[in-house]
Design a protein around this ligand. Structure first.
Ligand code: DLZ
Length: 208
């Protein structure tokens, strides 16, 4: 079983892809700004540590966490954005606002990612009190901003590797014969003799 993580900022530095050529938008909620600005600073430092260029990091602000999903949608539609990092802090209070905001933000952020195909990272703290928030914004439990930055880099790299793999298949379909056969069954690479009169593997017209 994998070790249980004790600190939000614990990770193996060598397992993180290089962020050079990646662009990020960081959205910061102004509510509880002592906390969210610490998350922002952690995220920026971590992105830079992993090769992301300063000019490829855009920081924008929203009034409260509730506004993060819509702002994430604006950002995800921009060409300069490979991933959006949403940072906020909703502290449990006496009102039911806490639940409403948390549910709306979590669902909203999830939906933006699914609708746009752009990774949108949930870096919103939902602590019971101020102490817990501080512990996760550069305190004894690390910094959730770091964790959000690492997640963003990993998701951009994952998406890039899938796009690259698909391009490789288009470039050299015969190298991927077994995978294509598996995916499409009785497709153009099926070994069934009836499929083609002549089995010339260099005849790409048969793919059309
Ligand atoms: C209204 C509100 C409350 C009560 N608490 C928080 C909070 O703890 N953290 C946060 O980020 N935002 C809070 N907000 C503001 C809402 O997110 C939102 O900005 C307003 O309801 C306006 O839409």
């Amino acid at each position: 079983m994998a070790d249980k993580k004790k600190n939000l900022s614990d990770y193996n530095i060598h397992s993180i892809p290089d962020g050079f050529n990646m662009s990020f938008v960081i959205l910061v909620s102004e509510w509880n700004d002592e906390i969210t600005f610490a998350l922002r600073d952690g995220a920026i430092e971590t992105l830079k540590k992993h090769g992301v260029l300063e000019e490829n990091i855009t920081v924008d602000y929203v009034p409260g966490s509730f506004e993060l999903p819509l702002a994430a949608k604006f950002a995800s539609e921009r060409l300069f954005c490979n991933a959006v990092i949403c940072l906020g802090c909703v502290i449990q209070g006496e009102t039911r606002h806490f639940e409403f905001i948390n549910n709306a933000v979590a669902n909203g952020i999830t939906n933006v990612g699914l609708q746009t195909d752009v990774p949108v990272i949930f870096g919103v703290l939902t602590p019971d009190n101020w102490e817990q928030a501080k512990e996760r914004a550069g305190g004894i439990h690390g910094n959730k901003g770091d964790e959000a930055a690492i997640t963003a880099i990993k998701m951009v790299a994952l998406k890039d590797s899938m796009i690259q793999r698909e391009n490789d298949i288009y470039d050299d379909p015969f190298a991927y014969k077994s995978e294509i056969d598996e995916e499409f069954g009785d497709g153009p690479f099926d070994d069934d003799e009836d499929d083609f009169e002549d089995d010339d593997p260099n005849d790409f017209t048969k793919l059309n």
